[in-house]
Design a protein around this ligand. Structure first.
Ligand code: NDP
Ligand code: 2IT
Length: 455
């Protein structure tokens, strides 16, 4: 058969695979989007390998090991009984115990958690640490809830979840709406129910088994990944204009690292609008924003006119501001084609995904078409789960490592992930960072699955 014939046949069989996936998972657009993006990159590997094909590796990898769904009942401060829906998606444990965060947000549903669990499997593989993929959460909206309501919700949530997790079984952590306060409530209830103090959750406070740098890890790691990309281009962070979206855990620590490393952070955003500081935020300004967002749980709009040189824009995303680097660090599909077009027109060179799947498919296509490099979330934001892996190691050995040691290991892991991507790109000059991350993450999981036989 000619090369063209083979390509057509491969495209046909990828199309049939995607049609089957859509039929089996109706009403799950985020999950289908995530699989489609990965399948396009790895299909050539599957096609070339008779063992992968015979083992139906792609069909098996796109079906979670199990999805646990449960009700969470709790009482609000007025004594009303409230009911939420919750899940833990245990996606794949071929290379280690299930590992991945918990998200509490009104919009959480099974599709979102399946996409996140699927991505997590590849991300965790890229870290080189022995961790499988999982994700969980609930359609609970923490906004406007009192701390006691959040505590009661977390305790009720854990009253079901505890039987499905464990230090060597499944290790949850934080994600949107779940930070160190929530992990504290969750771990307290886990301990009460199991009578165990162990590493069944990560993201714990440092005084009760948490790791140094876990809070900073995702944002710092994304900036370390960017530094590796810039080095590859013979460029540096100095003076780079970086537009960041989000003002949560990932965004704020990405901003901190970027400012300390000489870049100009020109934007941050929340779900209501964004702030623009054309000369670049300084550390004092960032500290004020951290206090507002992480401690007072307020809105960026409260800063309007409060910080010198900072302007608030209501109801808009930050992508209209001219920048060299865009770092979407809020949520999935937050950067669409129109935003991509504006960024390209304004001269963006690099996009680093701090969030999971923040760039829509057509925005990715537009960036590719214009030679803008994209660091995919599963590589660039892997620093968070990597330091969660370090937290597990510290818990298992009853030791705690210094900030310097964790930071050094985080830097090393981000460089290793970057270099794995570069060597995949050297194997195939058509591949970009996203293809490379998908392929590098895939091989390890696929080979472990083959080793176990048919299961
Ligand atoms: P946080 O809850 O700490 O912060 C989320 C931020 O994004 C908030 O500023 C929030 O605004 C904003 N946001 C949320 N949803 C939307 C939306 N629909 N439109 C606009 N803004 C929105 O979450 P994290 O920082 O932990 O997570 C951010 C992203 O990073 C997620 O994609 C997550 O999956 C990913 N990630 C997180 C890791 C971690 O360790 N925490 C690790 C790797 C990836 P507001 O303040 O108004 O709510
Ligand atoms: O998306 C992610 O990688 C996370 N939310 C962190 C998961 C973890 O287990 O630390």
């Amino acid at each position: 058969m000619t090369n063209n014939g083979r390509t057509n046949e491969a495209n046909g069989s990828l199309r049939r695979f995607m049609e089957g996936l859509k039929r089996r998972n109706p009403h799950e657009p985020e999950f289908i989007q995530a699989v489609c993006e990965v399948a396009r990159s790895i299909y050539p590997l599957v096609e070339q390998d008779a063992e992968y094909r015979k083992a139906r590796i792609l069909e098996r990898m796109t079906e979670p090991d199990r999805v646990i769904a449960f009700r969470v009942t709790w009482e609000d401060d007025e004594g009303n009984v409230r009911v939420n829906r919750a899940w833990r998606v245990q996606f794949n444990r071929s290379i280690g115990a299930y590992k991945g965060g918990l998200r509490f947000q009104k919009s959480v549903n099974q599709s979102v958690l399946k996409f996140l669990g699927f991505e997590q499997t590849f991300k965790n593989s890229l870290t080189g640490l022995p961790m499988g993929g999982a994700k969980g959460g609930a359609n609970f909206n923490p906004k406007g809830k009192s701390p006691r309501e959040v505590m009661r919700f977390c305790q009720s949530f854990m009253s079901e979840l505890f039987r499905h997790i464990g230090a060597d079984a499944d290790i949850p952590a934080g994600d949107i709406g779940v930070g160190s306060r929530e992990v504290g409530f969750l771990f307290g209830q886990y301990m009460r129910l199991t009578n165990q103090f162990d590493g069944a959750l990560t993201g714990k406070g440092v005084s009760y088994g948490g790791s140094a740098i876990r809070e900073e890890a995702t944002g710092y790691g994304a900036v370390y990944f960017l530094q590796n990309m810039l080095e590859q281009r013979d460029e540096s962070m100095e003076g780079k204009r970086i537009a960041i979206s989000g003002a949560g855990n990932v965004a704020l620590f990405a901003a901190e690292r970027a400012i300390r490393d000489g870049a100009k952070v020109v934007t941050l955003s929340d779900s209501k609008g964004f702030i623009h500081c054309d000369s670049g935020l300084d550390e004092d300004g960032l500290d004020a924003i951290k206090t507002l967002k992480l401690q007072r749980r307020g809105r960026l709009s409260e800063l309007d006119g409060e910080l010198a040189g900072v302007r608030y824009e209501n109801g808009k995303a930050p992508w209209g501001v001219s920048c060299d680097v865009a770092m979407p660090c809020a949520t999935q599909n937050e950067l669409d084609d129109e935003a991509a077009r504006t960024l390209v027109d304004n001269g963006v060179q690099v996009v680093v995904e701090g969030a999971n799947m923040p760039t829509t498919d057509d925005a990715v296509a537009r960036f590719r078409q214009h030679g803008v490099q994209i660091a995919p979330g599963k590589a660039a934001n892997a620093g968070g789960v990597a330091v969660s892996g370090f937290e597990r190691s510290q818990n298992a050995t009853r030791l705690s490592w210094s900030r310097e040691e964790v930071d050094r290991r985080l830097k090393d892991i981000m460089k290793t992930i970057h270099d794995k991507c570069v060597s995949e790109m050297e194997r195939d000059d058509q591949a970009d960072y996203a293809d490379a991350a998908n392929r590098a993450g895939f091989r390890k999981v696929a080979d472990a699955m083959l080793a176990y036989g048919v299961m």
